[in-house]
Ligand binder design. Structure first.
Ligand SMILES: O=C(O)CC1=CCC(=O)O1
Length: 253
């Protein structure tokens, strides 16, 4: 996968994983603060941005294996992992299957299973037929609260462009990974201290999804961020970034 490394070379590594339809630029509002404390590895999920688009459908195991391969390439034995939405699902699977590779975990605006699963196969079909541009406007309406979107037309346009430029086959194959996803039985196996962050107004992965994660993993905490929808990192970086940093800097329980 195509990746970029920034921040403090002498500090612990944090790997940042993007949501469906996004690239590593989705961390722009958080990056400068994270770089003060960590070595930051951002990557584009397979099928997205600058990364290769292997033939689909993908599985969540494919995405978790990509992270293991990235860690191996960078000779990183163990890292913190922060993932939003699809990136959070990848982090949950990685932490359940490869516990030795994950130090502390933050999952944002995500879920262990996103019903109805048929909605994801329908979306994959639509995107394969018409391209990711066909879903860009609706997706970005779920990323931010309505008032915030009206006040930030430039962010709306940039996000719609980001979603629309996702390769159709890559986007669809990741929808198919979500359609096959059921991580509920994985949650109790996750031993990495986990912070689950929800946007209070997120229509895609509502707070109960993050609450289920926080209460099912071995060491979980929940933060519900007010005035935020699915891309809480971008809408409320003032609340989200300090919470992420504080969690990653806590001593292991
Ligand atoms: O695109 C959406 O509707 C929200 C979403 C679910 C998984 C993901 O990464 O984004």
């Amino acid at each position: 996968m195509t990746h970029v490394v920034s921040g403090r070379r002498d500090a612990p590594t944090v790997v940042l994983a993007n949501s469906l339809g996004a690239t590593w630029e989705m961390w722009d509002a958080n990056l400068a603060d994270l770089e003060q404390h960590f070595r930051d590895v951002r990557f584009d999920t397979r099928g997205h941005g600058r990364s290769p688009v292997p033939p689909g459908p993908y599985t969540i195991d494919d995405l978790a294996d990509d992270v293991v391969a990235l860690l191996d390439d960078l000779a990183i034995e163990r890292a913190h992992f922060v993932g939003l939405s699809l990136g959070g699902m990848t982090g949950l699977r990685l932490a359940a299957r490869n516990p030795s590779r994950v130090d502390r975990l933050v999952v944002l605006c995500t879920g262990a299973r996103l019903d109805p699963l048929s909605g994801w196969t329908d979306r994959a079909e639509l995107v394969r037929a018409k391209g990711a541009a066909a879903v860009a406007e609706a997706v970005v309406r779920r990323w931010f609260t309505p008032g915030w979107l009206v006040e930030h037309p430039e962010v709306r346009a940039a996000c719609e462009e980001m979603v629309a430029s996702t390769p159709a086959d890559g986007y669809a194959a990741c929808c198919e990974a979500i359609a096959r996803l059921d991580l509920i039985d994985d949650l109790p196996a996750i031993t990495a201290p986990t912070l689950a962050i929800a946007g209070r107004d997120d229509p895609a992965t509502p707070p109960w999804q993050l609450e289920r994660i926080a209460t099912s993993v071995a060491h979980g905490k929940l933060l519900v961020v007010p005035d935020a929808a699915h891309l809480a990192t971008a809408e409320r970086p003032d609340l989200v970034t300090p919470a992420v940093i504080a969690h990653l800097q806590e001593d292991n329980e």
